[in-house]
Write a protein that binds this ligand. Structure first.
Ligand code: ATP
Length: 371
């Protein structure tokens, strides 16, 4: 499933040069974006980057200051929310406290004037979908957080919208329930064949559920790609740093021969050779970005310590159960992190505090970034 790679595929939701101003503040800045039918799409970014505003423009709660929002080829500008084939589920769930679960789910269908037998069938279908058949008569205050979340989901799916918009839908759940619910969401989305757009500031959540992720910064999309591409091939320090943990070594490009970029690091004199050159040119100021789990730690120097290797002292070890993260301080004062998987029961650490160690990585272990 990768319609975004198919030049013949028609986008389902389209932002065309969309700008949204609130007074003299620009929340969304000349943004263009295609989302495809049946895609699970995540908008990710720090607080205030404009992701909720973008989603609210799909729902119709905000209108663009300029540009167009299209759905299935139709311009949505001026179409009120209730006439759009979209539905939005809010973090607060917004359930009616005085209505039981059944009536909460039926509410929108009644308002639409759906015949009673059809409503009954639809509500039962939705209750089964979110596995809440036994809770139909309960009021919201008699439900757990996870159950409320599922009622809200059932209610927003009841009208069978073409697009479901999820605004931080799992924010109120604890970690374990959150992770379980992420898989339920994926399952639902596949089963229903709907387009889901989720807003989150939780990068792990975006990586887990989404087909593609758009990383936003100050009203613009910085990178849009699959979770693996975003993680393995970030296009900037901003994205590399926002998603997961990253080591950055600063330097200058001294060679780009044979498809391999060489970066001369500032301070350490280390030379880094990388296959993913990120379009860097000779003389460019650049950073080598490598994930901690791609860095190998050893007490002995590699065969050629002048390439793809640095040395330093262990000054901290974070034991997280499944992995340990080694913080190694280089002579320059910079820290490089290496993540080691704890494959055997840890009785005695082979490498410990204050040890002088070597850190190495392979030529395809990281990427060169020029911004
Ligand atoms: P969060 O994760 O905190 O919800 P966000 O990325 O979803 O952040 P938005 O809610 O889209 O951010 O807001 C983007 C910017 O636009 C923020 O600086 C916000 O203060 C501003 N903004 C949003 N709505 C309005 C409004 N109705 N009037 C004025 N400013 C607004």
């Amino acid at each position: 499933f990768a319609p975004w790679n198919d030049p013949a595929a028609k986008p389902f939701i389209q932002f065309q040069n969309v700008t949204k101003n609130f007074g003299d503040f620009t929340a969304v800045d000349d943004l263009s974006l295609n989302i495809y039918e049946r895609e699970f799409f995540a908008l990710l970014g720090p607080s205030g980057c404009g992701k909720t505003t973008l989603m609210r423009m799909i729902a119709g709660f905000e209108e663009p200051t300029s540009g167009h929002v299209m759905l299935d080829g139709q311009d949505l500008v001026g179409v009120p929310p209730y006439r759009r084939p979209t539905n939005m589920m809010f973090q607060s769930y917004a359930l009616f406290p005085h209505m039981n679960v059944w009536d909460n789910i039926a509410f929108g269908l009644k308002q639409d004037g759906m015949p009673k037998p059809e409503i009954a069938a639809r509500v039962d279908e939705m209750l089964a979908l979110v596995k809440l058949e036994k809770f139909a008569k309960r009021k919201p205050h008699q439900l757990s957080g996870g159950q409320k979340q599922r009622v809200a989901l059932a209610r927003s799916l009841a009208k069978k919208p073409k697009v479901l918009l999820l605004d931080e839908p799992l924010g109120a759940l604890d970690k374990k329930l959150r992770e379980e619910t992420q898989f339920e969401l994926i399952d639902l989305q596949v089963k229903l064949g709907m387009t889901f757009v989720i807003v989150t500031h939780d990068q792990e959540e975006a990586m887990t559920v989404a087909d593609r992720i758009a990383v936003m910064d100050q009203g613009k999309i910085v990178q849009i790609a699959t979770p693996a591409e975003i993680y393995e091939q970030p296009n900037s320090r901003y994205v590399a740093d926002f998603i997961g943990d990253i080591n950055l070594l600063e330097g200058h490009i001294s060679s780009t021969e044979g498809g391999v970029a060489t970066l001369d690091c500032v301070g350490t004199g280390a030379k880094v050779q990388v296959i993913q050159d990120g379009g860097a040119k000779l003389g460019d100021h650049a950073w080598f970005a490598v994930r901690p789990e791609k860095v190998t730690i050893s007490l002995t120097p590699p065969a050629d310590p002048s390439i793809n290797a640095v040395t330093g002292e262990v000054w901290d070890i974070a034991y997280l159960g499944d992995v340990s993260i080694y913080h190694v301080r280089l002579a320059t004062g910079a820290t490089v992190k290496a993540t080691i998987t704890n494959t055997t029961r840890l009785v005695e650490r082979p490498i410990t505090w204050d040890d002088k160690v070597w850190l190495t990585w392979s030529r395809d272990g990281g990427v060169v970034l020029t911004r």
